[in-house]
Ligand binder design. Structure first.
Ligand code: AHG
Ligand code: MN
Ligand code: MN
Length: 328
């Protein structure tokens, strides 16, 4: 056993075969991520986890040893799970495991790679669909068709934040039992917050709406937003998402004018969509600035998307800055 599910988990999935397949696949994934967590906990004792392999993924990111190793561990775990197709940040194309099986899974095997050698929280993100009759159609669809999604965080605790469409729960890997135990059920994000997360060093690359919004936050109580703001930026999406789930806030990775960053840095299929699913199920919001992330159809496997998510009120306020911009 790797995870002790709550009795309510995935109860909304009415097809018993699919529900059983989801539970079996999450269990297989939890076993794989326990292995990744163990490797992360050994850090430098594991020789060069953060070392570049010399390879690059489709998105052009230099691959680190732990990126590749995590992808191998997950691929192996899925070979015995009810998964037909696997799409990964670290693989150019979709992997067909067994076309007759019922599910399709997409993953960012190691999120936050720039933090691997710094002992900062990193993680694994995953998104699950019912498989269609071919690999491409199983993933080239809107994120609203996910049946399960979430992420593992390898930090002071190893946690699993997950939803199957009926609320967001957090499981914690109990170092004593070796199992993931339910710790926080039906999580709710604070609707209002004055804490935001953005890589502020990109300020001169941003478009006008984001620049105007951040500048108004920086004006604090005397500014148009009339509040004192705080800022956090981890550089691991899973860590920022986990903090926002636990105490509110808003994460922004907008498009900017750097080469290749017109749609930001984060990928729709295996980063933005599963995080948006978890955040919405906890009562928050997730957009590309104006459009709901889960409504955006996937055109290409590693497609990037600008990502804004978190407490409903600031996501809405930022959306108004974009709308004002459209009117100008
Ligand atoms: P990955 O390591 O899978 O490429 O993801 C890193 C992402 C995300 O985790 C994080 O929020 C973002 O990159 C940080 O981007 P910058 O380094 O540009 O701030
Ligand atoms: Mn990532
Ligand atoms: Mn990654």
């Amino acid at each position: 056993m790797a995870i002790r599910f709550s009795s309510e988990f995935a109860k909304n999935i009415t097809d018993n075969t699919i529900r059983a397949a989801v539970l079996e696949t999450v269990t297989a994934l939890a076993g794989a991520c326990k292995q990744i967590s163990h490797i992360c906990a050994r850090g430098p004792l594991e020789q060069g986890l953060g070392a570049e392999t010399g390879g690059a993924n489709t998105d052009g990111d230099a691959q680190k040893a732990l990126d590749v190793r995590s992808d191998e561990i997950i691929t192996k775990a899925l070979e015995t799970a009810p998964v037909a197709y696997y799409a990964s940040e670290e693989q150019d194309d979709i992997v067909t495991l067994a076309a007759s099986k019922p599910l399709a899974l997409a993953s960012d095997p190691l999120d936050g790679s720039s933090n691997i050698d710094t002992n900062v929280s990193i993680g694994t993100i995953f998104s699950m669909f019912e498989a269609k009759d071919n690999a491409a159609d199983s993933f080239l669809r809107p994120g609203s068709e996910q049946i399960c999604g979430g992420f593992f965080v390898y930090g002071p605790q190893t946690t699993l934040v997950i939803t199957a469409g009926a609320g967001t729960d957090t499981y914690v890997l109990d170092p004593d039992s070796g199992d993931f135990e339910l710790a926080l059920a039906a999580m709710k994000i604070m609707p209002v917050s004055t804490e935001y997360a953005i890589n502020a060093s990109n300020h001169h690359h941003w478009g006008a709406p984001i620049r105007a919004y951040i500048e108004d936050c920086l004006l604090g109580v005397a500014g148009p937003l009339a509040a004192k703001y705080n800022m956090r930026w981890v550089g691991s999406l899973v860590a920022d998402a986990n903090r926002i789930l636990s105490r509110g806030g808003m994460f922004m990775y907008p498009g900017d004018d750097r080469d290749g960053y017109g749609d930001g840095r984060l990928r729709l299929l295996y980063e933005a969509s599963p995080v948006a699913f978890v955040i919405e199920q906890a009562g928050g919001a997730a957009t590309d600035g104006t459009r709901r992330i889960l409504d955006i159809p996937l055109g290409t496997l590693h497609q990037r998307v600008p990502l804004v998510f978190g407490s409903k009120e600031p996501v809405q306020t930022l959306g108004d800055y974009y709308k004002k911009q459209d009117i100008l």
